[in-house]
Design a protein around this ligand. Structure first.
Ligand SMILES: CC(C)(COP(=O)(O)OP(=O)(O)OC[C@H]1O[C@@H](n2cnc3c(N)ncnc32)[C@H](O)[C@@H]1OP(=O)(O)O)[C@@H](O)C(=O)NCCC(=O)NCCS
Length: 187
């Protein structure tokens, strides 16, 4: 019988090689313990970089698109089907972050200038998005540029987050407002 530890070592080594081939020549680094579905798309087109930590799950049809920015994902995170992270202004995802299906994190805005100036010529701004540790983002949420979501928070399904979310909060709605604050041990 083949020992479990040995099987795990072989699996990790195979994943490392598969990754090396899949992302060869690109600025994409993924820990070998992380699962990336074949139908997920990680792209550094336009510059930038992607790094993903340990034990994450990137599900089919999820996308991480740098558009010149850096997308960093910590350990133990999941990106469910059809969730999209646009990296232009930089996106930092902490550890233990669950991102449900159809969520969009968009760290950029077209510059709104003179009336009538085409948006494709007016430029783009990007301040970045930061999601701290242990955050649960519900299905179809939209997280806009400049937002930080504090640790241990919940973003309800369908919310549009336009402002910073304090740690330990639940936010919901369009635009998202705090609907609950969870107690913190020791406070
Ligand atoms: C936020 C959530 C976790 C529920 O939190 P909760 O603390 O149990 O909230 P409650 O159900 O008691 O609702 C509290 C209030 O928030 C409102 N609310 C709850 N979810 C909401 C949402 N998604 N959008 C807007 N308002 C919402 C409720 O209507 C209620 O309002 P009221 O007090 O005026 O009646 C849940 O509603 C949710 O959005 N879950 C995400 C599910 C999901 O996407 N799963 C993906 C699989 S990972």
């Amino acid at each position: 019988m083949i020992p479990v530890a040995w099987k795990r070592r072989v699996l990790l080594r195979m994943r490392r090689w598969t990754r090396a081939l899949r992302f060869a020549g690109r600025s994409i680094t993924v820990h070998p313990s992380t699962w990336i579905a074949h139908r997920a798309r990680l792209s550094d087109r336009g510059g930038g970089a992607i790094s993903i930590g340990k034990n994450c799950e990137i599900h089919p049809y999820a996308m991480m698109l740098t558009y010149g920015g850096v997308i960093r994902v910590g350990d133990d995170c999941s990106l469910n089907p059809f969730a999209i992270i646009y990296g232009y202004g930089g996106v930092h995802i902490g550890c233990g972050v669950r991102i449900a299906a159809h969520t969009v994190i968009v760290s950029a805005n077209h510059v709104v200038s003179r009336a009538g100036e085409p948006f494709h010529q007016s430029g783009v701004t990007g301040r970045g998005v930061r999601v701290e540790d242990n955050v649960w983002i519900g299905a179809s949420a939209v997280i806009l540029d400049g937002v930080t979501i504090g640790r241990n928070s919940i973003v309800a399904a369908g919310s549009v987050v336009t402002r910073p979310v304090p740690a330990h909060s639940t936010v919901a709605g369009v635009p998202a407002r705090v609907i609950a604050t969870r107690g913190v041990e020791g406070s």
